[in-house]
Design a protein around this ligand. Structure first.
Ligand code: ADP
Ligand code: MG
Length: 574
């Protein structure tokens, strides 16, 4: 038996770790399971490259077990284990990462091995919840097993142990005020949250499984049949989630199935998905889903989950994914995203910027290809996806440039034009005196019904732009497109349109018109509204009352907040 002092420069590092390293106590389990996973993956790698001669890798799993009577939580693996010397080296040296050392040593062959650890601090998070921690471990290389014990000070004991099989068992003696971690429900919750897609099977207790009904039962047997059950290992994770596979291996049904796995409580199917897969200049995999968003402005922004080597990190991807895409769902997994750093730092990080730009580009490319492949289908989805696209156009210039080619502008007749198509349609009879194209649009089909009708009777195209961010989008389009202006169908510019081949013939004399106009102006305030007679020469609407375009826009902008500058943070109810 050996005793010694843990080699740290700080007098007592544990209070520090407990207080500052992780704000969340619950992550200790994630860290210990990550270590167990690393130990298993290392063995897998060593057997694969022929460095672990005579070792059978087999089908190793990790087991998590609660022993209520003794107040302990156990995490047990069948990985490489440690010799006594290795315990000295890896455990007693705080902040020395064996994972990093392994990756350094097997640089070329191990870079895709999925090893998780690298700070050399994860193990000590055990002391956030345990007053005493034991390690019983036996190396795959054979030799005597080792038993390390530490009670949360810098003192430890290290002695020989009886252990037949290779691998490591970590025993946590849970402290008095952390007893929740002895509850099955709590552990189960943590496993589902952090470990659901980790690469080595994780067993937590057993479950009852119903055996399939035998075939060819007689009618009599059928009547008496009672379903047979058996107890099987309860494996809490799917070690091969869809995003770790190549897109070519997956069918539409696989993507839908994975969506249900990610969101078991979500019954509606996603509209489509985007598979992310890149390994240069950074590593990133993932699957994003476009859910049906509709007009709902109350969109939760915490539905994309961030993983690192299949370990759940967070469901707050702000700063990593461009803001407009936080409305999507799905998973991204990248070892290159720095963790435990502030969001503002993230936004300035070079790798993160590249990741964000890559994701934006992939989303734009996917939308473009959907548009190209099946226009009709794309149109049918437009109302459910437009909110993301419109936000994207406003907030990301690169996306704006790409989205121009597939952004649809619906008309009041339920047809859809791209901007180019629209320009072509209106170039002959919807221009103003400066030869600018004038796009007419309605924001409320019912309220503006008579104006719409009047414009249609004139042969004008009328768009239906009813999403709350339209005022901002219009401003952006008007500044980026040189020769275009948007006028709401009940705006005052509509009578200035030049229809190239028509003359207006009035049914009233000028004198009569003036009289009627005066009569109306006694009831509507002249300063804010304009009364026009026969402006559209329509039988349906002989008279229209309009509001100057600039007045209306001012009001709209005030309603959605944030003047000219767009920022989702300013939007109401987002
Ligand atoms: P990191 O995982 O970042 O390297 P940790 O503090 O989590 O740092 O672990 C320190 C080291 O202890 C690991 O790198 C590994 O060498 C060793 N270790 C921890 N847990 C195990 C285990 N279950 N099996 C084998 N070695 C382990
Ligand atoms: Mg670790």
């Amino acid at each position: 038996m050996a005793t010694g002092t843990i080699n740290v420069s700080v007098e007592n590092i544990f209070p520090l770790i407990k207080k500052f390293l992780y704000s969340d106590h619950e992550i200790f389990l994630r860290e210990l399971i990550s270590n167990a996973t690393d130990a298993t993956l290392k063995l897998k790698h060593l057997t694969a490259i022929g460095e672990a001669k005579g070792v059978e890798y087999g089908n190793p799993h990790i087991e998590v077990k609660i022993d209520k009577d003794n107040g302990t939580l156990h995490i047990k693996d069948q990985g490489i284990g440690m010799t006594k010397d290795e315990v000295e080296k890896y455990i007693n040296q705080v902040a020395f990462s064996g994972a990093e050392e392994f990756l350094e040593k097997y640089k070329d062959s191990a870079k895709d091995s999925g090893i998780i650890g690298h700070f050399g601090l994860g193990f000590y998070s055990a002391f956030m919840v345990a007053e005493k921690v034991e390690i019983i471990t036996k190396s795959y290389k054979g030799g005597t097993a080792a038993h390390w014990t530490c009670e949360g000070s810098t003192e430890f004991t290290l002695e020989d142990a009886e252990k037949e099989t290779r691998g490591t068992e970590i025993i946590l003696h849970i402290s008095e005020d952390e007893k929740e971690f002895l509850e099955e429900g709590r552990i189960s919750e943590l496993l589902t949250k952090y470990n659901k897609f980790m690469p080595i099977p994780i067993k937590f207790g057993t479950k009852t499984e119903t055996l399939p009904k035998p075939e060819g039962l007689t009618e009599e047997e059928e009547k008496d049949y009672k379903a047979e059950t058996k107890e099987v290992d309860n494996i809490i994770n799917n070690p091969n989630p869809a995003w770790t596979k190549a897109p070519t291996e997956l069918e539409e049904e696989d993507y839908k199935g994975f969506y249900r796995e990610l969101y078991p409580m979500q019954f509606e199917e996603p509209l489509f998905n985007i598979h992310l897969n890149v390994d240069y200049p950074f590593n990133l995999t993932g699957i994003l889903y476009f859910p049906r968003l509709g007009q709902d402005m109350n969109i939760q922004k915490d539905r994309i989950q961030l993983y690192q080597n299949q370990v759940f990190v967070t469901d707050n991807v702000e700063g990593i994914v461009p803001e407009f895409l936080t409305m999507l769902r799905g998973v991204i997994d990248s070892p290159d995203i720095p963790l435990n750093v502030s969001r503002s730092y993230l936004q300035a990080d070079g790798a993160v910027k590249k990741i964000s730009a890559y994701i934006t580009r992939k989303v734009a490319d996917k939308l473009k290809s959907l548009f190209n492949e099946n226009r009709e289908d794309f149109e049918s989805k437009w109302n459910d996806i437009k909110i993301v696209i419109e936000y994207g156009m406003l907030s990301e210039d690169k996306f704006f440039d790409k989205a121009k080619s597939f952004t649809l502008y619906p008309t009041v007749n339920d047809t859809y034009f791209t901007l180019e198509e629209l320009k072509e349609k209106i170039k002959d009879n919807q221009t103003d005196k400066d030869d600018k194209l004038v796009v007419l649009y309605a924001s409320d089909k019912d309220a503006q019904h008579s104006y719409i009708q009047a414009a249609k009777d004139k042969g004008y195209q009328v768009l239906l732009l009813d999403s709350p961010i339209v005022p901002h989008l219009i401003q952006k389009l008007e500044t980026s497109e040189e020769n275009i202006s948007f006028v709401r169908v009940d705006g005052d510019h509509i009578d200035n349109l030049i229809k190239k081949d028509e003359e207006q013939i009035s049914k009233l004399s000028d004198e009569e018109k003036e009289k009627v106009k005066e009569a109306f102006e006694t009831v509507v305030p002249k300063e804010t509204y304009t009364v026009q007679l026969e402006a559209m020469d329509s039988t349906a609407s002989p008279l229209i009352i309009t509001q100057p375009e600039f007045m209306r826009r001012m009001k709209d902008m005030q309603k959605t907040g944030g003047g000219g500058m767009f920022g989702m943070g300013n939007m109401p109810d987002m």
